[in-house]
Design a protein around this ligand. Structure first.
Ligand SMILES: [Zn+2]
Length: 495
């Protein structure tokens, strides 16, 4: 299935959401069409038969013959759902199973005996009782079929739902006008059923089959007890099968070491330049401060091996924010000479708020990680705090998104910063990626398992962290120059 592009989404200003084209067209209906959880359990028996036969054509013919006979004898059984068959009186159930046996070896359905036991479905279980009883073997078949049928748009799933269309057609429940694109739907369905291999020419009829099956859902009551029982049984039969990523650092130790050494030389160079040549230059101080903060965060990745960790992402996000701020301040400084001081006091004001809250707190604060005395000194360093305002918004009241746009770094925001923000805010995407392991057991409905052992190692932040670090260094070079030797050293790392 081809997925839509972002530009195809429809923006809803009230909900502040980009609504997917599918959701916009279907509304709430889309949510109730849950193939894997709600419909596959009913049709799993068809999947088992399809899987049992080596030839697709033979499987479909056998199933079609059985279902045609069943539908003719039991016209109320319009859709071949297993729960509907189980609801029939015992005598009718026996008849249905006998018809199935005329066309399909019982063995094909024997895996279901591990789900439907004699005490629950005596008729069905006793009919299959003489078959294979190796639970491990039978459960592996169920697992394989469920995996094959996981995606609704797969050929295998479409073959399963073909029988919903087929039984409706046999019952005369399909009425189509010619202008729906099918000259003779019965011929098209027959041709689809007869194909040994499904190629492109069947895509249209496959689309029709799925569409018909989906629209028919609303006509039939969902058997919740049957579904609950199915998932309860399967989830206890199968063990969790976890799968996690273990990505590498993506950088050799000596390469990281030599980049870090080049970076250190660059910042030592600027520190000396600032100290000796221009110690009162606020612009230099602020830009150096922002880039050294990035450098220190970068060093944390290397020193503490955070390449694949959640914290590594947090570092990249902060580095982007610092770089954007450097660019923004430089741009605005052309009109506002005091912007460097304004930036400093905006940050100091935030510290003042913390200090005041701490000092005025009525609660006993035990071992805070806030160094209150030092905060007090910082807040009152250049001005008495009485002359410092507390700004509750972003600097200049400009959000990061707008700032990125203003300085021509939209992609840094929309891609990297946005992604890393999910980790910083503990949003579910980030939780799912970093702290939950995917269980591959289809019988567990592909649930997630909390990664308590800390197995999952995400993709390395190395290349992106270097990319942002280099951007910041480049900006310093543009403003304050650098020696040729240091520039050449940094060029080896993509500056
Ligand atoms: Zn599981």
């Amino acid at each position: 299935m081809q997925h839509s592009k972002l530009k195809d989404h429809i923006f809803d200003p009230k909900k502040k959401k980009f609504v997917s084209p599918m959701n916009a067209a279907l509304g709430d209906i889309a949510n109730i069409n849950d193939w894997f959880r709600e419909r596959l359990p009913e049709y799993l028996w068809i999947g088992l038969v399809l899987d049992y036969f080596k030839s697709r054509r033979a499987a479909i013919r056998s199933l079609a013959s059985a279902l045609k006979r069943i539908t003719l004898e039991f016209p109320d059984l319009i859709i071949p759902r297993l729960s509907t068959i189980f609801e029939l009186p015992e005598k009718d159930q026996k008849r249905v199973f006998n018809i199935i046996e005329l066309f399909i070896p019982k063995e094909a359905l024997s895996p279901l005996t591990i789900i439907y036991t004699f005490s629950e479905e005596p008729c069905f279980a006793s009919w299959l009782s003489s078959g294979e009883s190796d639970v491990q073997y039978l459960s592996s078949i169920i697992e394989r079929v469920m995996k094959k049928a996981t995606a609704y748009h797969s050929d295998f799933s479409t073959d399963i739902v073909f029988f919903v269309v087929y039984t409706c057609a046999v019952n005369g429940k399909i009425h189509l006008s010619k202008n729906q694109g099918f000259d003779n739907i019965v011929d098209d369905l027959n041709s689809y059923a007869d194909a040994e291999v499904l190629n492109k020419e069947y895509r249209e009829i496959q689309g029709f089959i799925r569409c018909f099956e989906q629209t028919s859902i609303s006509q039939y009551q969902r058997n919740q007890a049957f579904l609950d029982n199915f998932w309860k049984k399967t989830s206890s039969i199968f063990e969790c099968s976890s799968m996690y990523f273990k990505y590498k650092k993506e950088v050799k130790k000596d390469v990281a070491k030599s980049y870090v050494s080049a970076l250190k030389a660059v910042f030592l160079y600027y520190r000396e330049l600032y100290r000796v040549v221009d110690p009162l230059n606020l612009k230099f101080l602020v830009l150096l401060g922002l880039s050294v903060y990035s450098y220190k965060r970068f060093m944390e990745i290397v020193d503490h091996n955070l390449y694949n960790a959640i914290s590594g992402r947090s570092v990249v996000r902060t580095m982007i924010e610092c770089y954007l701020m450097m660019k923004y301040l430089l741009k605005k400084s052309k009109e506002r000479k005091n912007i460097w001081e304004e930036f400093q006091f905006h940050g100091i004001g935030k510290y003042k708020a913390v200090l005041k809250n701490y000092q005025e707190s009525t609660e006993t604060i035990v071992s805070p990680h806030i160094n209150v005395d030092y905060l007090n000194a910082i807040v009152n360093e250049f001005k008495d705090e009485e002359f410092i305002d507390i700004d509750t918004s972003y600097f200049d009241d400009v959000g990061i998104r707008a700032m990125a746009k203003e300085v021509g770094e939209k992609e840094l925001y929309s891609l990297y910063y946005n992604y890393d923000s999910s980790f910083e805010h503990g949003l579910w995407g980030a939780i799912r990626e970093s702290s939950m392991i995917a269980c591959q057991a289809p019988a567990h409905q592909y649930h997630s398992i909390p990664d308590v052992e800390n197995y999952q190692k995400m993709k390395s932040v190395w290349h992106d962290a270097v990319m942002v670090m280099n951007k910041s260094v480049n900006l310093l070079i543009e403003q304050f120059g650098i020696s040729d030797e240091l520039k050449d050293r940094m060029k080896e790392y993509g500056l």
